[in-house]
Design a protein around this ligand. Structure first.
Ligand code: UN1
Length: 504
């Protein structure tokens, strides 16, 4: 039995068949939020290495784009099979490096498997349109072609799934991928990527530029985003980061797919099944220790049940099992790091100073001086003001009363982000209104389930400062392809569109 988390990581890498990690004294320090232990010191990739990867990707694109899509799908199928085979060690690695509970770590790996399967099917479904032409003996088509190298910048909270949503689609669409994982979770990236490299080897694909990982901090991401070989940047993280990425991409005419912050709300109506609602609310608010983009941050409760709901939540928050995420039964693991803890405490201090009633949110004596376990916080808000309008990436749930559905929907929409939202109600009119054009303004709007825990089959993403991108299922694949409109003349005359006469 390994007696430290770094030894566990070593043995997980072995089980997965990934290259052992080499320690670099001055390297990037990767810690486990479980106990603050150093897991690895990784060599940072210099800017010229990033540039080399981008150029290799450009080279690989010239080959990969002409490989038939179903054959490209075969590579993703192999990846999915290997991930399924190694689901346990991969889930464990996520838990150790990111701190989410093992159940959620395994759930994240399942998302990787699911999107691989989706992408394999998609590889035989990259279909276009045939459109009626106004000209005789002409055919108008819409076809979808590979785009070029795709840069994927992922956040610490989903250290494997977010890459997979993007990479599985990008690869079947004919594009090489370059992955810049969060500097807090590069080990999950290296392990998952090793399985793709193994899959390539098995298929005899000798194209190192097809997929790579670049390790480092912000400068590595900047070098990648700015590189002219990159055609699409898919970035997950804060709205500030997204804005910086978006500006560079606009200047270089690159496509972006932005999946940024969320300040997600749920409306709890008096007709709702309260037991179901409380489970949904709790999972969304305290799951992943409040560190999902889709975490429930604002609960808007009808005045008639407000006190009762608050009391029930207080009891749940008091007893929710917090601790070692690897231990069965734990539901809330640690925060990612000291900075995250400090931001949470600052927010709670501001709220107290502004007169809000704050319940819980305190640090717990678990793990040691370098790990940060907190009891999730509940904050009573008379109105939607101050920090409630911002996203604090920590388990803080604001609870705010509403009187009319108009007011509740206005509160739901009254923030800068627009990722996820939900309504708990048994009233059909309320539910349909929430989902309609005058309802929630978010990319995700749910009924009688929480704001988090989306399946891969739907398109994932949100509006406003969430960035507007859509990843994963539905027709999100179109982001990774060049849409071409083709007009084919199979006659012997040359009629011009709009009836223009131009005879020479
Ligand atoms: C994120 O937090 O960035 O809907 C992604 C969910 C997950 C993905 C969240 N499937 O909660």
């Amino acid at each position: 039995m390994p007696d430290s988390l770094s030894q566990s990581v070593e043995s997980l890498f072995q089980q997965i068949g990934a290259a052992p990690l080499r320690a670099h004294d001055e390297g990037l320090v990767v810690r486990s939020p479980i106990d603050g232990a150093v897991l690895a010191k990784l060599e940072r990739d210099a800017r010229h290495v990033v540039a080399a990867r981008a150029l290799e990707a450009e080279g690989a694109f010239l080959i990969w784009r002409s490989v038939p899509a179903p054959e490209r799908g075969h590579l993703v199928r192999l990846l999915g099979e290997k991930v399924r085979e190694h689901k346990q060690p991969l889930g464990r690695l996520i838990s150790i490096e990111m701190g989410k509970i093992l159940q959620e770590g395994l759930g994240e790996v399942q998302e990787v498997i699911d999107i691989c399967e989706f992408a394999v099917g998609l590889s035989r479904q990259l279909y276009g349109l045939s459109i009626a032409s106004e000209r005789a003996e002409h055919k108008l088509l819409e076809t979808w072609q590979p785009l070029g190298p795709v840069a994927i910048i992922s956040a610490f909270n989903f250290p494997m799934a977010v890459w997979a949503w993007n990479a599985a689609l990008a690869l079947v669409c004919g594009n090489p991928v370059i992955w810049k994982p969060s500097e807090k979770t590069p080990l999950s990236a290296l392990a998952l990527h090793a399985l793709l490299v193994q899959s390539m080897r098995e298929m005899g694909i000798d194209l190192p530029g097809l997929s790579s990982v670049v390790v480092g901090e912000r400068d590595v991401g900047e070098a990648l985003v700015a590189h002219p070989a990159v055609r699409l940047v898919s970035a997950t993280g804060s709205s500030t980061m997204g804005l910086a990425v978006g500006e560079v991409c606009a200047r270089t005419f690159k496509r972006t797919l932005l999946e940024l912050g969320g300040n997600n709300a749920a409306i709890l109506a008096p007709s709702a099944n309260l037991e179901l609602a409380l489970r949904g609310i709790t999972f969304s608010a305290v799951g992943t220790a409040g560190q999902r983009c889709t975490t429930l941050r604002r609960l808007i409760v009808h005045t008639s049940i407000y006190r009762h709901v608050l009391d029930r939540l207080k009891t749940i928050y008091q007893t929710v099992p917090i601790g070692d995420p690897l231990k069965p039964g734990t539901l809330v693991g640690p925060l990612i790091d000291a900075a995250s803890f400090a931001r949470m405490q600052e927010t709670l201090a501001t709220l107290r100073a502004q007169g809000a009633q704050v319940h819980f949110g305190e640090r717990l004596e678990i793990g040691g001086p370098d790990s940060f376990y907190v009891r999730p916080a509940l904050v009573e808000m008379a109105s939607q003001t101050g920090p409630m309008l911002e996203e604090t990436f920590a388990p803080i749930l604001y609870v705010c009363p509403y009187e009319s559905m108009d007011e509740a929907i206005a509160l739901n929409n009254g923030v800068k982000h627009g990722l996820s939202s939900s309504i708990f109600t048994a009233n059909l009119y309320e539910a349909e209104r929430f989902l309609g054009p005058a309802g929630s303004d978010c990319g995700i709007a749910n009924v009688n389930i929480g704001t988090s825990g989306a399946e891969i089959g739907g398109a994932f993403g949100g509006e406003k400062e969430t960035g507007g991108g859509r990843e994963s299922g539905s027709d999100a694949w179109k982001n990774y392809m060049r849409r071409a409109t083709n007009t084919i003349n199979y006659g012997h005359a040359l009629p011009l569109a709009q009836g223009i006469q131009f005879d020479v």
